[in-house]
Design a protein around this ligand. Structure first.
Ligand code: ATP
Length: 268
């Protein structure tokens, strides 16, 4: 264990787990996808979640969010076991997280402003003036110009859609942000700018970020810690250096393959 690894491990131990997944089993029919999986996400970190394609990264995200039923195990968020919450407590807790799904998932018939205001209208009773003020603040926060407010998603580029969807996920000032492959479909420059935006928002808003990603650049530049999923379990977690030192065949292929070498040489 090198100095940085041991410091990271000590820091992790002393930190508060804001999401704690314990002994989770999830399957469909007789196919087990998550097999007694454990994972902690610490307050204030950006955790990159990687793994084999079709391995269950989105399923874990959806299980934490309560969108996929689990067969056993517990999910605690902010120290609360999600199975123990009443409907009211559950909605209150859900307001404390924001989600950016892979496809952006904006409502196509609503303008960007209306999309951002959607969760606000569902959860709060605010005047139109305040709703507009909040929408414009979020638009600015994600680096878009005010004139996108009145545009429909079909009038935006892929990168702008991602930013608009991010603005909507920030509408209720969440403490946790779930991102499912946020840079997929963006060109390398757009992806780099989006990573930078995530880092800036995480720092200025004090967010905890759970990010499913395949993007090696993102893992190098924005993730504080990485957890890797294979065979239904988290097989390794730690810094990028910890990951690169792992001997598991999938981790070696992923972190030392041709694409990984290209990313590393571009960063030198
Ligand atoms: N609702 C569902 N019903 C049946 N099978 C499902 C369902 N949701 C996901 N699966 C299956 O679970 C497996 C894991 O899917 P998941 O989308 O979590 O993979 P992933 O790790 O996110 O993959 P990728 O990196 O390719 O996006 C896949 O085989 C998928 O087909």
């Amino acid at each position: 264990m090198d100095a940085r690894t041991s410091t990271t491990a000590e820091a992790a131990q002393s930190r508060e787990a804001i999401i704690s997944v314990h002994d989770i089993v999830v399957g469909f029919g007789d196919r087990v996808i998550l097999n007694h999986l454990d994972l902690d996400v610490y307050r204030g970190e950006i955790l990159g979640f990687v793994g084999t394609s079709g391995g269950g990264k989105s399923v874990l995200t959806r299980t934490i969010l309560g969108l996929v039923p689990k067969q056993s195990g517990t999910v605690e968020v902010f120290g609360q076991n999600l199975d123990d919450l009443s409907e009211r407590e559950r909605s209150a807790l859900e307001r404390r997280w924001g989600v950016l799904f892979q496809q952006g998932a904006l409502f196509s018939s609503l303008t960007v402003k209306q999309n951002i205001q959607f969760p606000l209208r569902e959860n709060l009773h605010l005047s139109q003036r305040l709703l507009d003020e909040i929408a414009y603040t979020k638009i600015e926060m994600v680096g878009l110009k005010y004139d996108v407010a009145e545009k429909l998603p079909s009038e935006l580029s892929g990168g702008m859609i991602k930013r608009a969807a991010l603005a909507r996920s920030l509408a209720l000032d969440p403490e946790i942000l779930f991102l499912d492959e946020p840079t997929s479909g963006l060109d390398p420059i757009g992806a780099g700018e989006f990573d930078e935006l995530i880092r800036t928002l995480q720092q200025t808003l004090g967010l905890t970020v759970f990010m499913v990603t395949h993007d090696l650049d993102s893992l190098h530049t924005v993730c504080d810690r990485i957890a890797a999923l294979a065979d239904g379990k988290v097989i390794a977690q730690g810094t990028i250096e910890d990951m690169m030192a792992q001997q598991h065949p999938w981790l070696r292929a992923y972190f030392h393959g041709t694409r990984a070498r290209a990313v590393q040489s571009a960063r030198r």
